[in-house]
Design a protein around this ligand. Structure first.
Ligand SMILES: [Zn+2]
Length: 76
């Protein structure tokens, strides 16, 4: 099996899970306030979207990475 056979090269959800495990080993961290305690998942929107606190601060694990402004699906 090639290294390129890994699921995170073929499935966007798997790619988010892999990137989150690398960048957030202890769990999601808000890029706006650095907190971890008030983060919830946002359903029905972009993949792996999170919200911190009152809901005005939404983010994914790509914030602050080279993937942040990309319109290409993460696994590509
Ligand atoms: Zn926050």
């Amino acid at each position: 099996m090639s290294a390129l056979s890994a699921a995170f090269f073929h499935d966007e959800a798997a790619t988010f899970a892999k990137l989150e495990s690398l960048l957030w080993p202890e769990g999601p961290v808000c890029p706006h306030c650095g907190g971890m305690g008030r983060i919830t998942n946002v359903t029905g929107g972009r993949m792996s979207l999170r919200r911190c606190g009152d809901g005005t601060k939404q983010f994914t694990v790509t914030v602050g990475t080279v993937f942040e402004s990309s319109h290409v699906k993460l696994h590509l």
